[in-house]
Write a protein that binds this ligand. Structure first.
Ligand code: GCO
Ligand code: MG
Length: 402
């Protein structure tokens, strides 16, 4: 069996997605996602110029060998661009293998460990009152877990607070726009949000919060302690994690569960965090971490330390990644939760898929492969459009972490 063609498709039905379609001499094809938010064309070039020519003629059944060829063989390892390109190939190959086996991907991985995948949605508002209302909407929609982010009085535009609510899209400008940040004000305000949510709706639902790398380790420890009475499911990205040791300090001071990993690319980025039991959830997902082949290894390492998965699922990850992640989540023994930010109807039309939401859970569907396709005619209606996440600056102009 041979790979006969590999096509990179860029489409922007509201945001940019990079999709790889691998075709074979047996008529079976597979679909993979290589989207890198705000740096999409770097993955396109990596795939088109450096990966596709090597793939032609290879045996698509040799997923592991092709993964190693692309990882070890390039000499230059790791990084968001490389690992997304590898993920695009890997996922397309798993799709092909599952189709050939006439199985849904979760069956090929080892079968179902659960019936449905618990997801969390994004409730946000410009202040506490609006965010509390938004949480209520998610409860009405049946969500069992909700992430809450609020604007902060006196701070211009805060991470996670979008204009369009259910379908808000953070990457909204052709050049990065500007948002403010003030840690003091956040530390005063955010605990009050969770107090109000618990007072209003009780303790039945899981609540989550994303610190988006904004706090120093000591500030993050403080936030974790302030949030303890509200029993969060997790506090995400409370401090930057390039230095994995930073989490030691946070961990020593709070019992609020910690999650991290959406910007990690390999097992090496998370090895110390896991082995030192400094986190509770690992947020890497398929597209950012070299595909199913590599994420499986991360999950297995995590399971040794009772760390559970919590795949990143923002709208900049295409439905291809969402569908594949749902098969992974359905199988993986140490599953925690799956993030679910809804794609727009336009995006759903470009990527027909079998996954669906019911009673707070997502289901991957039972069709063969990962269950997500691309409608190329529909995709062609939406050419690439530069779109960037905002940047964050402190009040005095100092550049801060987005
Ligand atoms: C999340 C993330 C996103 C990211 C986005 C970057 O938890 O969903 O933090 O909001 O900012 O995915 O591309
Ligand atoms: Mg996040």
């Amino acid at each position: 069996m041979k790979i006969t063609a590999a096509k990179v498709i860029v489409t922007c039905p509201g945001r940019n997605f990079v999709t790889l379609k691998i075709e074979t001499d047996q008529g079976v094809y597979g679909i993979g996602d290589g989207t890198l938010n705000g740096r999409e064309l770097s993955v396109v070039a990596y795939l088109q110029e450096h990966v596709v020519p090597c793939l032609i003629g290879m045996d698509p059944r040799r997923i592991e060998d092709i993964w190693q060829y692309l990882y070890r063989g390039a000499y230059w390892r790791r990084g968001p661009v490389t690992m997304r390109a590898i993920a695009a190939v890997d996922v397309a190959l798993w799709d092909i293998k599952a189709k050939m086996a006439n199985m849904p991907l979760y069956d090929l991985l080892g079968g179902k460990s659960r019936e449905g995948v618990m997801v969390y949605g994004h409730a946000n508002g410009t202040d506490i009152a609006e965010t509390v209302d938004a949480v209520g909407h998610y409860i009405d929609m049946g969500y069992k877990a909700i992430r809450a982010q609020t604007g902060i009085p006196g701070v211009e535009g805060v991470y996670g607070v979008g204009r369009g609510k259910l379908y808000y899209e953070p990457a909204d400008a052709a050049l990065p726009s500007l948002m403010g940040w003030d840690t003091r004000k956040a530390l005063n305000y955010i605990p009050k949000l969770f107090e109000k949510i618990r007072d209003t709706y009780g303790f039945d639902r899981h609540l989550l919060h994303d610190g988006h790398h904004r706090y120093t380790p000591l500030e993050a420890a403080n936030l974790g302690r302030l949030l303890e009475p509200y029993q969060l499911f997790w506090l995400e990205d409370c401090t930057p994690a390039e230095n994995q040791e930073a989490f030691k300090l946070v961990r020593q001071h709070t019992t609020t569960p910690l999650a991290v990993g959406e910007i990690f690319n390999t097992i090496w980025d998370v090895k110390d965090l896991i082995q030192n039991q400094l986190i509770d959830y690992i947020r890497m997902t398929i597209v950012g971490s070299g595909g199913v082949t590599h994420l499986r290894r991360v999950a297995d390492l995590a399971s040794l330390y009772q760390v559970r998965t919590g795949c990143h699922g923002a709208t900049d990850l295409s439905p291809v990644t969402m569908g594949t992640a749902l098969h992974f989540d359905t199988w993986v023994p140490n599953f925690g939760i799956q993030e679910y930010m809804r794609h727009t109807p336009e995006t759903d039309a470009v990527f027909p898929h079998t996954y669906f939401f019911e009673d707070g859970l997502l289901y991957p569907g039972d069709s063969v492969g990962h269950g997500v396709d691309i409608d190329e005619a529909e995709a062609a209606k939406y050419p690439y459009k530069p779109a960037y996440l905002p940047v964050a600056r402190l009040e005095d102009g100092t550049m801060w972490n987005w």
